[in-house]
Design a protein. Structure first.
Length: 230
């Protein structure tokens, strides 16, 4: 066996060990429908959660997920294993959600926020006027959090969703969005900064209370976000 072939076999073996979905992908490519159904069961809720947080519309999110799995089924042979299958899957559902956002033609929410260096994103400012006395109860808090998240530019919102709600690593997020780690960190920082500003404006409390309250410290941040935003 020549060196090139040995390296290819070794790389394939390493990829299979690091990605538990590979056996199901290979079985699906071999015509095993039940294997593909297992992949759908494994990721449908996760993809729906991501799509809904991006579109803030259940019907659009469901359509995006359906289109995603249809395209994955049709193009499964295009998956090369250069990244995890879940990374490839999330990238496709995000493409579907961005297409839906474009079709909405939100004049106040353009999809391109980068300068030539990919560093500068304009703020999307919204009128925040509710009286603090009106902001009571779980449903109202959920509405506030969803509104604040929806007001983020999509390019920042998606990073916040992947990092803080789905708890993906910087490396995984970078692979999904085709960014370098520094770009992910910068967008994540801007997303958190804008969210903190919006929430602080609502509650008229210091940003430190938003980030560091004792209750939030006792509960994992992602669980809180899923609970209120999911």
């Amino acid at each position: 066996m020549d060196t090139a072939m040995l390296e290819e076999v070794t790389e394939s073996s390493i990829q299979q060990k690091s990605d538990p979905d590979i056996p199901l992908v290979e079985a699906s490519l071999g015509g095993d429908i039940s294997a593909f159904e297992e992949l759908v069961r494994r990721y449908d809720c996760k993809l729906l959660r991501i799509a809904q947080q991006m579109t803030h519309n259940l019907e659009d999110a469901q359509e995006a997920v359906q289109e995603t799995f249809l395209k994955v089924y049709q193009r499964l042979n295009q998956f090369r294993g250069n990244s995890k299958f879940s990374t490839w899957l999330i990238r496709i559902v995000l493409n579907e959600t961005f297409m839906k956002l474009r079709r909405r033609r939100y004049s106040e929410m353009p999809l391109e926020y980068e300068d030539s260096d990919g560093d500068t994103l304009p703020l999307d400012l919204t009128d925040w006027s509710p009286n603090p006395e009106e902001l009571c109860g779980r449903q109202e808090l959920r509405k506030i959090l969803r509104t604040a998240l929806e007001a983020l530019p999509p390019s920042l919102r998606v990073v916040f969703i992947l990092r803080d709600i789905e708890e993906l690593s910087i490396k995984e997020t970078a692979a999904i969005l085709d960014l370098n780690p520094a770009g992910v960190k910068a967008r994540h920082f801007r997303a958190r900064l804008q969210l903190r500003e919006k929430l602080t404006r609502h509650f008229k409390i210091s940003a430190s209370l938003v980030d560091n309250s004792a209750r939030l410290q006792r509960t994992p941040r992602a669980a809180i976000l899923r609970n209120f935003l999911g």
